[in-house]
Design a protein around this ligand. Structure first.
Ligand code: NAI
Ligand code: 15L
Length: 266
């Protein structure tokens, strides 16, 4: 089963560049969008620049798409006023577009920062209470609630993927636990796009790392089986100096996000 037209937001970002190369297998047409410059359209692609804060623009962006992989937005801690535009209004505009144009499925790039103020080592599953660690984490928590509302009210299915740390390599000790390889990310997105019944699913985006803090038992219906692990990078990561024991970044699941800011805007 392939989609006719699949929308990828955040296509100019780190993960967007990865998925722009990999999602064409799942759709006849891949529509890619970002506010930042993007490479010209290749065969089977449509390139549509758009600011997620622009409601009418997002409505046009979503029109004609069968499913959406929503990566677009601010991806680290920033002032609340900036987060509101890109992430909070942005995710609302996206789901309004989905509702108006009959899109039935969304893969939403949520984040571990919705649970980032839980202590490291505590095991969490999909029903763990959220403890956002930043305005950024709060915006992802809002996106999770908004997507649940659009499922309950309008039947739009969503997978909220609480991505851990998806980079080419884990960069520090915490990311040994939170690492999600690009191949496992691609497989997880594939599982979310093609699961026969998605409903509203919360899933943690991590590889098969030696130590994990998250349990995906409640997302078993996705059939996601990670193949990679952070283990090959252990020696390189552990050659770095350890964090000072007083550093809050070593105490909480969200790492350094728990101490980012404040961002004064007055
Ligand atoms: P990124 O920051 O590299 O990419 C995000 C993209 O969104 C950028 O290209 C940016 O230009 C675009 N964007 C920002 N504001 C926008 C706006 N107002 N309108 C349209 N586009 C806008 O982030 P990355 O690492 O590629 O992450 C992708 C998504 O996954 C983000 O939503 C991020 O929050 C989420 N995520 C990523 C993780 C990771 O480890 N890479 C971990 C957890 C969540
Ligand atoms: C995120 O949500 C960020 O988008 C990403 O840049 C990383 O910092 C990641 O979480 C992480 O927690 O490692």
């Amino acid at each position: 089963a392939r989609f006719h037209r699949l929308l990828l937001t955040g296509a100019a970002g780190g993960l967007g560049l990865v998925l722009r190369d990999r999602l064409p297998a799942f759709a006849e047409v891949l529509r890619v969008s970002d506010i930042a410059p993007m490479a010209p359209a290749r065969a089977g692609e449509e390139v549509v620049p758009c600011d997620l804060a622009d409601k009418a623009g997002v409505d046009r962006l979503v029109q004609g798409c069968d499913a959406i992989v929503h990566l677009g937005g601010i991806s680290t801690e920033h002032a609340f006023e900036q987060i509101v535009e890109a992430n909070i209004k942005g995710v609302f505009h996206l789901y309004e577009g989905a509702r108006r144009h009959g899109v039935k499925r969304v893969v939403f790039a949520s984040s571990n920062h919705v649970i980032g103020f839980h202590p490291q080592g505590l095991q969490l599953d999909a029903d763990a209470p959220r403890r956002p660690d930043s305005y950024y984490g709060l915006s992802k928590s809002f996106g999770e609630d908004l997507s649940r509302f659009y499922f309950d009210r309008y039947g739009i299915e969503t997978a909220c993927v609480r991505i851990g740390s998806s980079f080419a390599e884990p960069k520090d000790r915490r990311m040994m636990v939170t690492f999600l390889s690009y191949d496992d990310l691609t497989e997880l997105v594939r599982c979310c796009l093609f699961a026969p019944e998605l409903g509203h699913t919360i899933v943690y985006g991590m590889s098969a790392n030696r130590e994990v803090w998250w349990d995906n038992a409640k997302a078993a219906h996705l059939g996601y089986r990670p193949k990679d692990s952070s283990e090959p990078f252990r020696a390189k990561v552990e050659a770095q100096p350890a964090l000072d024991p007083s550093d809050l970044g070593g105490k909480f699941q969200g790492g350094g996000f728990v101490k980012a800011g404040p961002f004064e805007t007055l």
